[in-house]
Design a protein around this ligand. Structure first.
Ligand SMILES: Cc1ncc(COP(=O)(O)O)c(C=O)c1O
Length: 395
């Protein structure tokens, strides 16, 4: 048996390409945030995580250019060795303060933050109890947590969590891991019950705020702030690749936890440090988020306008509430692809989410919004969604 046979036998993507409905790896030849250039046409971008539109803010661009001029294009090494810059430390201090935690640690991507932090914290004989719908980077962290026991509870189902955790030996180390805002369906973690359970069974809590930062809570700290439970959460993680208009990730928590992760996380120690340009961009974006709360207000306005409009039209948007991620459930892979293609041909880019990313009966079009979408962009998109939704009997 040739190990590479699986590559030859992998035909699904080619079949979709041959049918002219392949929705992945589409290239952009221009990008203005809410509008992008694709296949030579201006397209409304309703599939990005650039929630506050900061990737194109002139101040963020300028900060990133200046950092490249000052520090070069790369750190050429790990943070552990030669690659830590003063702006990495400045960003860590600002993030810790912003998130209301003692300390923060930045990684080169959010994926690596989850991979590195979770695998550092959970080891032999420990228990990780996670939501089944957690992001793939959390799964990667858990798989890399050598010797740890892994338990998965039904999505956002705290009765199931309690049932599972109550059967674990009292003396064992336990950590509950969840997304704060779930990345595909836009729903929010049931944190109140989770904190009660964690308290009762002496477990720690780790929340991924990738889609909460800059989106939820009075100051934009995420789902934990929005729910008023920040002090009950031991470790928060987030990324720069969404509201912060950059690339990179971080974890924040107590001084000793962050110190431990800093000296144990292989995804930090054995990889090159975040680029100067990316670090400076995140720093500037953080400053803008603090100074311009109107961006979050506009995002919230756009998100609720779209929620209400989709609901009124009769789309199935699942449990999504309050967040800029709005799924349109189609519940069939083929039909989802076809819907995606019709939207794309009409000038809207969305994301087709198919099995195995979700179970086949949960296939969906993931739509997501930015503070920089204009009323005109949103109204035009809604007309197209409505027209095609009707034609395909989705609504
Ligand atoms: C919930 C969640 N966690 C972590 C990540 C990883 O972040 P990054 O893009 O910075 O690697 C993502 C991004 O897709 C995400 O949605």
């Amino acid at each position: 048996m040739d190990i590479l046979d699986k590559c030859k036998n992998f035909t699904r993507a080619k079949e979709i390409m041959d049918a002219g409905m392949y929705p992945f790896f589409k290239s952009l030849s221009g990008n203005d945030g809410a509008r992008v250039e694709m296949d030579g046409r201006s397209t409304i971008m309703i599939g990005s995580n650039n929630y506050l539109g900061l990737t194109h803010d002139p101040r963020v661009i300028e900060a990133s250019k200046k950092a490249t001029e000052k520090y070069g294009t790369s750190c050429s090494g790990s943070r552990f060795m030669n690659g830590t810059l003063d702006i990495h430390i400045e960003l860590e201090e600002k993030l810790a303060k912003f998130m209301n935690k003692d300390a923060a640690l930045i990684f080169s991507t959010g994926f690596m933050a989850n991979l590195g932090a979770i695998s550092a914290l959970a080891g032999k004989d420990d228990y990780i109890i996670m939501d089944r719908a957690c992001h793939a980077s959390i799964y990667a962290g858990i798989q890399a947590a050598t010797g740890a026991n892994i338990k998965r509870y039904r999505h956002n189902d705290m009765n199931d969590l309690e049932q599972i955790i109550s059967n674990i030996d009292k003396g064992k180390g336990k950590i509950i891991v969840s997304d704060g805002v779930f990345s595909m369906e836009g729903d929010i973690v049931n944190l109140k019950r989770m904190t009660e359970i964690a308290n009762k069974y002496e477990a720690r809590i780790y929340i991924d705020e990738a889609h909460g930062l800059g989106v939820l809570g009075k100051h934009g700290r995420g789902a934990c702030e929005y729910l008023g439970l920040e002090d009950k959460v031991d470790i928060v993680m987030s990324t720069f690749s969404k509201s912060l208009g950059s690339i990179g990730g971080f974890v924040a928590g107590s001084e000793e936890v962050i110190h431990y992760i800093k000296h144990s996380a292989r995804a930090l120690i054995f990889t090159a440090a975040p680029m100067p340009a990316a670090t400076a961009a995140a720093l500037k974006s953080l400053e803008i988020i603090e100074e311009e709360p109107e961006r979050m207000e506009r995002l919230s306005h756009n998100s609720s306008f779209m929620h209400n409009s989709f609901k009124d039209m009769g789309f199935d948007i699942g449990q999504s509430n309050l967040t800029p991620i709005i799924p349109l459930f189609i519940r069939d892979d083929e039909k989802t692809l076809y819907f995606w293609k019709r939207l794309y041909d009409s000038g809207i880019f969305t994301n087709a989410i198919l099995s195995p990313a979700v179970p086949p009966d949960q296939a969906l079009i993931r739509t997501s919004y930015m503070s920089t979408h204009t009323d005109e962009d949103l109204k035009k998109s809604l007309e197209i969604f409505h027209k095609i939704g009707k034609e395909l009997n989705i609504i």
